[in-house]
Write a protein of this length. Structure first.
Length: 198
């Protein structure tokens, strides 16, 4: 299935790190290698500067306009997710659940909700069940024990397939209802038809 997905901050960061390894870079260099609009790239670079992660090292003239060139002050591996003012965004519930799934041998929805909850991010069991359902449908999880309903019911027990432990970035549930693996830059599992958002 071929789907055009905007690259986002993770891809911008990878491009910026590659460019920075070769020397100073400008917004146009990043924009030229991404699938996003220049404004999005410019906003991300501006937030990196405000966060103290990148800084302007020189201005070069292009078509008689001074263009800022940047270098990184912090070359961390994981892409910084920043607000426009440069402050770090708190982790999402999906990020927390993905980390928990990667660290636990087996789990049910209640255990994932508990393990993924922090002071900053609270994950409820309903959200955990939905994320588990989506990842299982995309082939990430295998059921170790099926759920048993009724008076003596028990929850389903899941395990992350070792081959599907694709990296630290959580598979994303997109609005068109498919699972996007940011590590592989690929759609995993079947996609549902897009629903019109009203």
């Amino acid at each position: 299935m071929a789907i055009h997905v905007p690259r986002g901050y993770v891809a911008y960061w990878a491009i910026i790190r590659d460019l920075d390894a070769a020397g100073p870079w400008c917004v146009s260099d990043v924009d030229g290698q991404s699938n996003a609009g220049r404004r999005e790239v410019l906003a991300y670079v501006a937030s990196l500067v405000r966060a103290g992660i990148a800084h302007v090292v020189e201005h070069r003239r292009k078509s008689s306009v001074p263009v800022p060139f940047y270098r990184l002050l912090d070359r961390r591996t994981e892409a910084p997710r920043l607000r426009r003012d440069g402050s770090e965004c708190k982790p999402t519930a999906n990020e927390q659940m993905w980390r928990a799934m990667r660290s636990l041998v087996t789990f049910d929805a209640k255990e994932i909700a508990f393990a993924a909850s922090t002071d900053a991010v609270q994950v409820n069991e309903v959200a955990a069940k939905d994320y588990i359902k989506r990842l299982a449908g995309a082939g990430y999880l295998v059921a170790i024990q099926e759920a048993k309903h009724g008076r003596t019911g028990r929850p389903a027990i899941w395990r992350l397939k070792p081959a599907m432990n694709t990296g630290p970035l959580p598979p994303q549930i997109m609005r068109t209802k498919f699972v996007w693996d940011a590590n592989r830059q690929a759609v995993m599992g079947p996609a549902e038809p897009a629903q019109e958002v009203v």
